[in-house]
Write a protein that binds this ligand. Structure first.
Ligand SMILES: NC(=O)c1ccc[n+]([C@@H]2O[C@H](COP(=O)([O-])OP(=O)(O)OC[C@H]3O[C@@H](n4cnc5c(N)ncnc54)[C@H](O)[C@@H]3O)[C@@H](O)[C@H]2O)c1
Length: 333
């Protein structure tokens, strides 16, 4: 891994979406490395208590063009994570368009104007849709199947077009199902790991959409953040997009087994209807490109990652809350 102090110490860094799950962990690492970090977040899903001490917080939206321009002009490096998530996007595509596409364009135009050193854009493996073959390579077909996938891909394409057309140093990562400490279950859009963990502590059956045979590539937060930091500094990352995952395909049913084992709580699953947003059957990404070009590899297995998430769940009081909530509800029969 690069020396974070050398790479980020003393630099002025803007993180949009820095009050969110991935953004707040990224901000923590940057602040620890001595970066002078500003967070721009409208608190749509983000929380002020997630923003690490030492970072400056500006409450506002990436759709606010003058604000973005002013902030970007005062920073040399931009991590652009602010986005409406898949559930919100499916419910309100116009809002998704304004934030994920319009907001990204605001960031890129401002970055071009003030000649920032690099913009890192966080895209999603959802841009691949249902892949023809797995593991999925970066240059495989892109078939966005949700408004969210369309807007994340548009942001990515704009970024790379700004690199080609104006020489703006942009690099992008495509995350695949990031999970881990900090992903809060009370956020209605949180990932499946966090939801299952809560159900485990509540002692109620897990709700699985569909048969549970759908697969994903679950990526530990620490690994995703390491990859993002590397992409921000590596000379070969400019103008490139990288899959960030593990290369390991895990079914939702397998995930349930791992959570059962690690929490020591035997879990039961109940199968409910598939959701609109769950239209991808199999997903696992090929991580050879980032491994080869940037020498990055994931460090944390699913079992260990779930272990760390369980520890955080217990330390943060979420486990106790879930257990107490379950005890307060009288059980039928
Ligand atoms: N978590 C994953 O599994 C995953 C997978 C693929 C891609 N991504 C991408 O990674 C990034 C971070 O995702 P996350 O999981 O931390 O989600 P998150 O919802 O926790 O974080 C997103 C943050 O952006 C903020 N935000 C939303 N709209 C905004 C706006 N208009 N202006 C300013 N801030 C705004 C939210 O309040 C939140 O703090 C996003 O770009 C997302 O598309 C995440």
């Amino acid at each position: 891994m690069i020396s974070l102090e050398r790479a980020f110490g003393g630099r002025r860094i803007l993180v949009t979406g820095g009050a969110g799950f991935v953004g707040s962990m990224l901000v923590r690492r940057l602040v620890e490395a001595g970066g002078r970090v500003t967070v721009l977040d409208d608190l749509f899903t983000g929380r002020t208590d997630a923003i690490p001490a030492g970072a400056e917080f500006v409450e506002g939206s990436v759709t606010d063009e003058p604000l973005v321009r002013d902030l970007v002009a005062r920073h040399g490096l931009v991590f652009h994570l602010a986005a409406r998530n898949i559930v919100a996007s499916t419910a309100n595509p116009r809002d998704d368009f304004a934030t994920n596409i319009g907001g990204t364009l605001n960031v890129l135009l401002a970055a071009r104007e003030s000649r920032v050193e690099r913009v890192v854009y966080t895209s999603s493996a959802s841009v691949y849709g249902n892949p023809r073959s797995i593991p999925i390579n970066e240059d495989d077909g892109l078939v966005p199947l949700s408004p969210y996938a369309v807007s994340k891909l548009a942001g990515e394409h704009y970024g790379l077009a700004f690199y080609e057309s104006y020489g703006l140093p942009v690099a992008a990562v495509r995350y695949s199902n990031v999970y881990g400490p900090g992903q809060r279950p009370e956020n209605p859009y949180c990932g499946v790991v966090s939801k299952f963990m809560t159900a485990a502590y509540e002692g109620r059956p897990l709700s699985i959409h569909g048969d549970g045979g759908q697969t994903r590539d679950f990526t530990f937060i620490g690994d995703a953040v390491d990859a993002t930091l590397l992409v921000a500094t590596h000379p070969r990352a400019e103008g490139e997009v990288f899959n960030v995952g593990t290369g390991v395909e895990t079914s939702v049913n397998d995930l349930v087994d791992v959570i059962s084992r690690v929490t020591g709580r035997p879990l039961q699953a109940e199968h409910i209807d598939r959701r609109d947003v769950d239209n991808i059957r199999r997903r696992v990404v090929n991580i050879e490109k980032i491994r080869r070009m940037l020498r990055w590899a994931p460090q944390v297995t699913l079992e260990r990652g779930i272990g760390q998430t369980v520890e955080w769940f217990e330390k943060s009081g979420l486990a106790q809350q879930a257990t107490a909530a379950a005890a307060a509800v009288p059980r039928a029969g």
